[in-house]
Design a protein around this ligand. Structure first.
Ligand SMILES: [Zn+2]
Length: 146
């Protein structure tokens, strides 16, 4: 596990997570020496890692995962979903379905249609939270026809 590469991804709540293989870790704290401590996102699991201050590689790993590990598919899905949500926020004038399409082209895995529907809904929800729901009739109309 040592020296493995870390990829920083975004959690459902918008927090940074460290992804190592298919294991996700949430940020705990940065130590005085700069190393960063992360704990497995599974609430009942105490496996943890220490990363360098740049959050790019695993320096050491403590404990074992006492649960079924994530599948790569699940991880890819989360990354896709969070990327789409972020872009829905950043590029407010681009239609969610267009953002999803361009994100899908950047991935090489199959996404079930039901997943795409739920991602699109999450994007609309995110925009709605940021911008008051007026005029809402247009977004409602789009949601109904798509
Ligand atoms: Zn774990």
């Amino acid at each position: 596990m040592e020296n493995e590469t870390i990829k920083i991804i975004t959690s459902e709540r918008g927090k940074d997570l460290a992804l190592v293989g298919t294991d996700k870790y949430r940020f705990i704290r940065q130590r005085k020496d700069g190393q960063v401590k992360w704990l497995c996102t599974n609430r009942t699991c105490y496996a943890s890692i220490l990363s360098d201050s740049g959050r790019s590689k695993v320096l050491s790993m403590l404990g074992e995962h006492g649960h079924i590990l994530n599948t790569m598919e699940k991880i890819e899905h989360q990354i896709l979903r969070e990327n789409c949500k972020r872009k829905a926020d950043d590029s407010i004038s681009i239609r969610p379905s267009k953002i999803i399409r361009s994100e899908l082209m950047a991935t090489d895995f199959e996404v079930p249609h039901s997943d795409i529907k739920s991602i699109r809904k999450a994007m609309y929800d995110k925009r709605r939270k940021k911008y008051p729901p007026f005029p809402d009739s247009l977004t409602c109309a789009i949601l109904q026809v798509t």
